[in-house]
Design a protein around this ligand. Structure first.
Ligand code: 9MR
Length: 460
């Protein structure tokens, strides 16, 4: 049977020989400043909490260690139940993993926490301790744990959440057995164990003035008067769109600073009732900006830590049913442009890093197309700070279907394609490139994707 080639088939054949190069950014695009770079320009840091399980999520870890954050706080792994699960048997593997990650990515560690009412092991809560016994248990714990991390952490939240909302002391193991003196005991033990760590008391709902904030203020004033070592006060700042903003935050931070201590925003997030909508997100962006501005305006506010950076690993949905969307990165590790930009702008940046502004990456995309399928060749260039692990995402408009990819782990969900590094090409210094490829089948049209993100940053 004679072969009949119509014009479409001829064009498809020609296309095999033609490489269509779509360069999607200008090679000269400058790297946007990261949140931490912007904070550093003002003598402060911008950090994110983390936790051990999520460190094995390579796309997550790539962003955590990719330069946005100059500090991290272990969300759980330095708490008492983790570090002294049996009396006088100490366990540091999880905490060490966070410190090692921070070291490898040039981040400081805000260590958290030595004395708290929560996450205490059974042996401790079920013992019927005398004051003398409990004092030596407390001192032994701090000597060991703060001693283990001596010289490796920037600060310790020595005492966490000592107050009730009305400003009275929280009725817990520590206060009930030792009275409020446990706070000075803990601070002194921490100073002895790690003389260079900044020693903090940390609490929530103290960001604005009020009974609880006044109680903290009076405590710090009294500790200073007694010569008890106290270097800083942490304001957790677990805010919620529906509860309003503590409008006197800056003045409140300043009055603590005026006592002669550092202040820090230590666990910032801004939750909302789900589903999120544009009005709630706009309010949330304002809250993030206003917290940031308050810290920037107070000379002794040393920095801001968000309580993890992505909704994927936020504590909020598990604690407040029906609430969430509290962090500047969404569940897919993409920046929420308006929230990110609000923070960046409040840090003195241009505020175009979350959306379509200056790129941290450049992507060259080309195809060899034979009419019913094609090979996509992609070269990714990192134009931001060095990264050790990456995830590239883009979408097709048509019915392009992944058959096989190489030099990365390729997957497709509907029109969305995700590629994670292959391990050997995960580390990309500033300016470094890697080339990856995949075969796709398709019918109809095969237009090139119009947008790519690398670790959540748009390559425009
Ligand atoms: O983020 C922590 C979460 O993973 C734990 O389940 C929770 C248990 O108590 O503690 C969370 O962290 C808290 C922090 O240690 C102190 N301030 C409030 C934080 C959110 O609950």
């Amino acid at each position: 049977m004679p072969s009949r080639r119509g014009p479409v088939a001829v064009l498809a054949l020609l296309a095999v020989l033609v490489t269509v190069l779509a360069t999607l950014t200008t090679p000269a695009a400058a790297a946007a400043s990261t949140l931490n770079q912007l904070a550093q320009a003002q003598g402060k840091y911008f950090g994110s909490a983390t936790d051990n399980p999520e460190l094995s999520d390579s796309a997550y870890a790539a962003i955590l260690g990719g330069g946005e954050f100059g500090s991290t706080t272990p969300g759980n792994s330095m708490k008492w139940d983790a570090t002294e699960p049996q009396q006088n048997q100490f366990s540091y593997a999880q905490g060490d993993a966070v410190v090692d990650f921070a070291d490898a990515h040039d981040m400081m560690v805000r260590a958290h926490t030595l004395v708290w009412h929560n996450q205490l092991p059974n042996w401790l809560t079920s013992g019927n301790w005398s004051a003398t016994q409990l004092t030596s248990i407390l001192q032994n714990h701090i000597a060991n744990v703060a001693g283990h991390y001596k010289g490796e952490v920037y600060s310790w939240d020595v005492v966490n959440e000592p107050f009730n909302e009305d400003g009275t002391y929280r009725s817990d193991l520590w206060y009930n057995t030792l009275g409020s003196g446990y706070i000075a005991t803990a601070l002194r033990a921490a100073r002895a164990a790690d003389p260079n760590a900044k020693l903090y008391i940390n609490d929530y709902n103290t960001e604005g003035s009020g009974a609880k904030s006044d109680a903290m203020y009076n405590l710090v004033k009294s500790l200073k008067a007694q010569g008890v070592p106290i270097d800083g006060v942490g304001f957790q700042a677990h805010l919620a769109v529906q509860y309003g903003f503590p409008s006197d935050m800056q003045a409140n931070l300043q009055r603590f600073a005026d006592l002669g201590v550092d202040v820090a925003i230590t666990e910032l997030d801004v939750r909302m009732e789900l589903p999120a909508d544009s009005a709630k997100v706009a309010t949330q962006a304002t809250y993030y900006a206003d917290v940031t501005k308050a810290c920037m305006a107070v000379a002794r506010c040393v920095g801001i830590t968000i309580w993890d950076y992505t909704d994927k690993y936020s504590w909020v949905p598990g604690t407040f049913s029906g609430q969430g969307s509290a962090l500047p990165w969404d569940e897919n590790l993409n920046k929420k442009p308006s929230v990110y930009d609000a923070i960046a702008t409040a840090l003195g940046g241009s505020g175009d890093g979350g959306g379509g502004g200056t790129a941290n990456c450049e992507v060259a995309y080309s195809t060899n197309d034979w009419g019913s399928g094609f090979t996509a060749n992609i070269t990714v260039t990192n134009q931001g700070p060095a990264i050790s692990g990456w995830t590239l995402k883009y979408s097709y408009a048509g019915d392009q279907r992944l058959s096989q990819g190489w030099s990365g782990t390729w997957s497709q969900s509907g029109k969305d394609v995700t590629v994670t590094d292959a391990g050997w090409n995960g580390t990309l210094a500033t300016g470094a490139s890697t080339s990856i490829g995949a075969n796709f089948a398709y019918s109809g049209s095969n237009t090139a994707p119009t947008a790519f993100t690398l670790n959540g940053t748009t390559c425009d």
